[in-house]
Design a protein around this ligand. Sequence first.
Ligand SMILES: *[C@@H]1O[C@H](CO)[C@@H](O)[C@H](O)[C@H]1NC(C)=O
Ligand SMILES: *[C@@H]1O[C@H](CO)[C@@H](O)[C@H](O)[C@H]1NC(C)=O
Ligand SMILES: *[C@@H]1O[C@H](CO)[C@@H](O)[C@H](O)[C@H]1NC(C)=O
Ligand SMILES: *[C@@H]1O[C@H](CO)[C@@H](O)[C@H](O)[C@H]1NC(C)=O
Ligand SMILES: *[C@@H]1O[C@H](CO)[C@@H](O)[C@H](O)[C@H]1NC(C)=O
Ligand SMILES: *[C@@H]1O[C@H](CO)[C@@H](O)[C@H](O)[C@H]1NC(C)=O
Ligand SMILES: *[C@@H]1O[C@H](CO)[C@@H](O)[C@H](O)[C@H]1NC(C)=O
Ligand SMILES: *[C@@H]1O[C@H](CO)[C@@H](O)[C@H](O)[C@H]1NC(C)=O
Ligand SMILES: *[C@@H]1O[C@H](CO)[C@@H](O)[C@H](O)[C@H]1NC(C)=O
Length: 315
Amino acid sequence: MEMHLPALVCLAFICGNAEPSVRVWAGSSTVLRCRQDPGDSLLMLIWKVQLLDNSRCILSVSRENLANYNNCSERVRQENTSLRIENTTVTDQGTYTCELVTYLGTFFTSVLLEVLVQPSVTLELNKLGVPECRAHGGNPAANISWIPEGSISTNRAMEPDRSWTVSSTYTATSSNVTQVTCIVSHPTFPQLHSTAISTAGSQPPVSVTESVRVWAGSSTVLRCRQDPGDQLVLLTWKVQLLDNSHCTLALNWENLTNRNNCSERMRQENTSLRIENTAVTDQGNYTCQFVNTLGTFFTSVLLEVLGVVFRTPQR
Ligand SMILES: *[C@@H]1O[C@H](CO)[C@@H](O)[C@H](O)[C@H]1NC(C)=O
Ligand SMILES: *[C@@H]1O[C@H](CO)[C@@H](O)[C@H](O)[C@H]1NC(C)=O
Ligand SMILES: *[C@@H]1O[C@H](CO)[C@@H](O)[C@H](O)[C@H]1NC(C)=O
Ligand SMILES: *[C@@H]1O[C@H](CO)[C@@H](O)[C@H](O)[C@H]1NC(C)=O
Ligand SMILES: *[C@@H]1O[C@H](CO)[C@@H](O)[C@H](O)[C@H]1NC(C)=O
Ligand SMILES: *[C@@H]1O[C@H](CO)[C@@H](O)[C@H](O)[C@H]1NC(C)=O
Ligand SMILES: *[C@@H]1O[C@H](CO)[C@@H](O)[C@H](O)[C@H]1NC(C)=O
Ligand SMILES: *[C@@H]1O[C@H](CO)[C@@H](O)[C@H](O)[C@H]1NC(C)=O
Ligand SMILES: *[C@@H]1O[C@H](CO)[C@@H](O)[C@H](O)[C@H]1NC(C)=O
């Protein structure tokens, strides 16, 4: 039988879990289906839920007298034999078992529900002048690593909404490290998220330059680090390619006219820059400049394009 699920499904033998698992975004609606179709033989349907905090709840409906029982969240309800969760939250994570009681026997289907929340990443020198990288409010917890190697201390803390904040501090093991890079991996990031900070002495950071690595042939979206708010007047992406040529994309917010003397594979999407079919020749320094009523702001992203076929092992 087909099991129709709204997101990625992995089979038990691939994922190593006892049940197939489903990943959905927090805030979305989730529909979990029973694998079997009971047809007319259905006597009773019970969804048993075991949440990650070990609490349990039950939804059941009997066909005889249409009696309903539900002590799960009010965002959860039965829709025929399926279970629908509105505004899915991290607290909904757990194992969902459908128990179909029919004339022919009782059938079970279990699904492990995982709820994704993208963390926000910051890198700064903390009060002690030590680089500290944080992935705030993500689910599952993000992984943080550093280049070059150093002495690293990483902590995880659960937020009230049960998402995770991971923070990692870096102490250089050699005195001539002047810049460190924090690399964050998370299932919601299509590529590794990396940010560099200068550590010259224990001075405040001189510059923060973000860099992204993508595979040749993929679509890339580069974002302005700051949010320009609603007073935006002009947004310009200035591109300096590795061969030192320059080009510019500009979008005038007042009359919505745009200019682009970069590649036609590039276009502006709101404040972001999208590159289709990214090529190795697209590597360079992409600076987002925006003008709003408060002034002019710049942020830069270094784009590195990997032209290799095989994925290198993660650092
Ligand atoms: C729901 O009811 C079941 C069975 O009566 C009970 O074991 C469970 O603790 C209840 N859960 C909640 C959240 O009330
Ligand atoms: C889901 O969230 C939306 C917007 O926050 C709200 O209007 C709606 O009532 C929520 N639905 C349920 C079932 O809680
Ligand atoms: C329940 O199933 C019936 C018959 O298959 C279908 O017409 C109806 O739309 C379903 N209801 C929901 C809420 O999915
Ligand atoms: C973090 O790394 C561990 C071990 O390398 C891996 O099992 C886990 O899935 C990773 N988590 C994320 C969120 O990438
Ligand atoms: C520190 O600098 C010296 C001389 O420039 C260089 O040989 C050495 O590899 C550097 N060490 C590190 C860890 O970068
Ligand atoms: C795009 O325009 C800028 C300024 O108008 C110029 O400096 C640059 O050389 C142009 N680049 C290309 C690729 O035409
Ligand atoms: C849009 O506005 C800018 C300045 O505000 C002006 O230079 C440009 O010519 C305008 N374009 C059109 C098509 O009106
Ligand atoms: C641009 O932003 C608006 C409002 O935030 C959003 O509705 C729209 O989907 C965005 N467009 C793109 C292409 O991201
Ligand atoms: C990228 O370009 C911006 C603006 O031209 C510049 O301030 C920044 O230093 C450049 N970054 C690198 C690493 O070259």
